[in-house]
Design a protein around this ligand. Structure first.
Ligand code: NAD
Length: 259
């Protein structure tokens, strides 16, 4: 079966900002949006941590440290000026991993809240204000996780911020609806991205995924890009405050049911 995406200009004439664009999922979103004809402002950490590889007439890269408010404000102004008022924001940047609840220090907690929640809030609010001022509507896609609803060991501050993203998404959807801005979240499950290394190929975890995920395998970042594309395009006219879960059926199934 041919499952390769077939780009056909679904975002022609659109301007998109993507945070976390140097990462696995943000990178796939950036790539797909470019293929679909959008102009993309790719935002991520500068330097060795977040080097952004794209170059060309359709794309501008802007360094941002979402943990730093002053830097974030300046970077967002640069992003907004690059191609004019954006039609789309995909907020994919985040710190992943985490600590167990008992081991999570104030510094651990603050760093995750700063990037994952406050950074997402600031990016979404500034872009939404630009969309409202331009009075042309828009689409905002946040990236939560199945951890927005389900916890796991040793990830207390991560899952707490992802739960926050779920409600922030709904709050934005409600407050921005009358401005024609639709806001939705994608909730990835286990997605095989470079920053996860070989994790999903280790035999123990691969066997466990075969039991825990209805489709029996991890997803690809391109699977998240497909969902983000639907939520970002004009054809999505009535889905807002909602979530597309991209988890291969992980959260639809009682653990071990596939054994
Ligand atoms: N991969 C998965 O299995 C999975 C599952 C559920 C949810 N997610 C979510 O998907 C999104 C993308 O994750 P990914 O798997 O592609 O991870 P990733 O680590 O490859 O990408 C995250 C990106 O965020 C950037 N980032 C981190 N701190 C930043 C900061 N202070 N300022 C600016 N950028 C910063 C990183 O540089 C990185 O490029 C995240 O929100 C993550 O929580 C991923």
């Amino acid at each position: 079966m041919d499952t390769e995406p077939k780009p056909n200009g679904r975002l022609a004439g659109k301007v998109a900002i993507v945070t976390g664009a140097a990462g696995g999922i943000g990178g796939a979103v950036t790539e797909r949006f470019l293929q679909e004809g959008a102009q993309v402002v790719a935002m991520d950490l500068g330097g060795p941590l977040g080097g952004i590889a794209w170059d060309g007439p359709q794309i501008v890269s802007v360094s941002v440290d979402l943990a730093d408010r002053v830097n974030t404000d300046a970077a967002l102004e640069t992003a907004l000026a690059a191609f004019g008022t954006p039609d789309i924001l995909v907020a994919a940047a985040a710190l992943k991993g985490g600590k167990s609840f008992l081991d999570c220090s104030d510094a651990d907690w603050d760093s995750y809240v700063a990037v994952n929640l406050t950074g997402t809030f600031r990016a979404c609010q500034r872009v939404a204000k630009a969309m409202v001022a331009a009075a042309k509507g828009g689409r905002i896609v946040t990236v939560g996780s199945v951890n927005s609803y389900m916890s796991e060991p040793n990830a207390a501050q991560y899952v707490a911020t992802k739960g926050g993203i779920a409600m922030l998404t709904r709050a934005m959807a409600v407050d921005l609806a009358r401005h024609g801005i639709l806001v939705n979240m994608i909730a990835p499950g286990p997605i095989d991205v470079p920053s996860n290394g070989d994790m999903y190929r280790e035999p123990k975890l691969a066997a466990s995924l075969a039991d825990e995920v209805a489709l029996g395998r991890p997803g690809l970042p391109e699977d998240c890009a497909t969902a983000a594309l639907f939520l970002a395009e004009d054809e999505n006219r009535y889905t807002t405050g909602s979530t597309i879960t991209v988890d291969g059926g992980l959260s639809a199934m009682i653990f071990g049911a596939m054994r």
